[in-house]
Design a protein. Structure first.
Length: 276
C-alpha cells in the first residue's frame, strides 16, 4: 500500500525522468481531467517539477497547471520508454503523459484533479496536512502540538491522521510504535510529549531508510525497510508477521483489526506492554 515513502520515491523517479521535458501527448479516462486538457492543452507544456506532499503527488507544468494525484490503496505511477509494453492492462490506465524519452502512466489512481498555485494553497486536504516526514525542515514540535488537539484518539489513530503528521500509513504506524515501545491502543492523551517526540525521531529514521537512493523504486513495498536490514525477509519489525516470533524478544506478534477501515495493527505484547 502506498505510504509517504512510496510517493516520495515515485516523485523522485519521475522527476529524474520527466523534469524539464516537454509534453508530447496527454490523455486520461477522467472527463474532468480531459476537459481541462481540451480547454488548455497539456501538450507543449514543460514539466517543471514533480514532488510528494505526504501521500499526494503533484506534477507541475509550465503555465501554472498542477496535476494532483492520490494513490489510495491500489494506485501507482509507472515509467516506460516509448513503445515499451506496459506491465499492467490498459484497462487499468487512468492518465498517460508522453514525452520524447519517457511515458508516465498512472494505473488505478482514484484521485486526479487539476490545480493552480492559488487553488493548491487553498486545497481543503493538502493545505491542512501536518508536517511531512520527508521534508528536511520537518517540525516535530508542530506535530506534538497538533497531536494534543486530537482528543479521543488512540496513538495509532493519531499517527495515521494526516492532519497531524503527513506520510505515515498502516505499515509505518505499526513499525514506529514497535520500535518506540508504545502500545498501539494507548490513548494519545496518555502519551507524554517526550514519548511523542521519540516516536517522531523513530518515524523520521525509518522513513529515511526507506527513501534512500539504494531503496529507490516506484513499487510500494520494494525498498521499504525499518529494521535496517537489506534482506527483504527481515526488512520489517512486526508488520505482516502476526503469530511469528518478535525479532527482539521471541514473543509471538499479535494483530488486530481496528479503526473505521478495519486495518490490521501489529504489535509485540512484551516489547509494547499496555500502559506504555
Amino acid at each position: 500500500m502506498p505510504e509517504g515513502d512510496t510517493i516520495y520515491r515515485a516523485a523522485q523517479t519521475l522527476q529524474r525522468a520527466l523534469g524539464g521535458e516537454v509534453v508530447t501527448g496527454f490523455r486520461s479516462v477522467y472527463p474532468a481531467v480531459t476537459r481541462v486538457d481540451i480547454d488548455t492543452p497539456v501538450s507543449g507544456r514543460t514539466i517543471d517539477a514533480i514532488r510528494a506532499v505526504g501521500k499526494h503527488l503533484l506534477i507541475t507544468f509550465s503555465g501554472d497547471l498542477i496535476l494532483h494525484t492520490h494513490m489510495r490503496m491500489h494506485g501507482a505511477w509507472h515509467l516506460y520508454r516509448p513503445l515499451e509494453r506496459w506491465h499492467r492492462p490498459s484497462a487499468d490506465m487512468r492518465i498517460v503523459i508522453d514525452t520524447r524519452r519517457f511515458v508516465a502512466v498512472a494505473f488505478l489512481v482514484p484521485v486526479a484533479a487539476w490545480l493552480t498555485a492559488a487553488t493548491l494553497a487553498q486545497h481543503p486536504v493538502i493545505a491542512a496536512l501536518g508536517p511531512d516526514l520527508t521534508d528536511p525542515a520537518f517540525d516535530a514540535a508542530d506535530v506534538v502540538r497538533r497531536a494534543r488537539t486530537r482528543t479521543g484518539q488512540t496513538i495509532e489513530d493519531t499517527l495515521l491522521d494526516q492532519r497531524v503528521v503527513a506520510g505515515i500509513g498502516n505499515v509505518f504506524k505499526s513499525e514506529v510504535l514497535f520500535e518506540g515501545g508504545v502500545h498501539p491502543f494507548q490513548p494519545t492523551t496518555e502519551v507524554p510529549d517526550e514519548t511523542l517526540a521519540r516516536l517522531l525521531v523513530v518515524a523520521q529514521r525509518q522513513m529515511r531508510m526507506s527513501i534512500m537512493p539504494a531503496a529507490a523504486s516506484l513499487s510500494p513495498a520494494r525498498g521499504r525497510r525499518t529494521t535496517g536490514r537489506l534482506d527483504p525477509r527481515e526488512s520489517l519489525w512486526v508488520y505482516g508477521r502476526g503469530g511469528r516470533p518478535c525479532r527482539r524478544c521471541g514473543t509471538p506478534i499479535r494483530s488486530r483489526q481496528s479503526g473505521a477501515d478495519a486495518r490490521l495493527t501489529y504489535w509485540c505484547p512484551q516489547c509494547q506492554p499496555e500502559g506504555r
